[in-house]
Design a protein around this ligand. Sequence first.
Ligand code: DQA
Length: 145
Amino acid sequence: TSILVIQGPNLNLLGTREPEIYGKTTLEDIHIKLDSIAKSHSIDLSTFQSNHEGEHIDRIQKAKIDGVDFIIINPGAFTHTSVALRDVLAGVAIPFTEVHLSNIYQREEFRKHSYLSDIATGVICGFGAIGYELALQAAITRLKK
Ligand code: DQA
């Protein structure tokens, strides 16, 4: 069983980027934690971060070829802009959870719309770094069924 975690633009800056909004946990800290949870369930977890939209598209297309079972994605700002990201997720038909550290409904108007939410298995937002762990737990439960 394999799960892919995808991190959108600027999430490589976690820890120093607007910590009052995104927290002080680094992306590496998050990935280490997810990896240990996955290992304890004998799940193969891969992580990917890119600031480039096309690289996201390529990575998700590759996930299909690789037989990835579930995707956990924080699309960052691409959430609110990218039809291409929506199309590839719909195209590969790999179930996915959309995660946001912040509560996007509490912020600027433009963050309230997501191109992905209506085709996601679930959406988790506003819980900070723990949101990824919740998403992973939910994915594991679903995959064990
Ligand atoms: C984010 C919310 C987005 O609106 C923003 O562009 C991000 C991070 C979050 O995790 O809260 O880059 O996805």
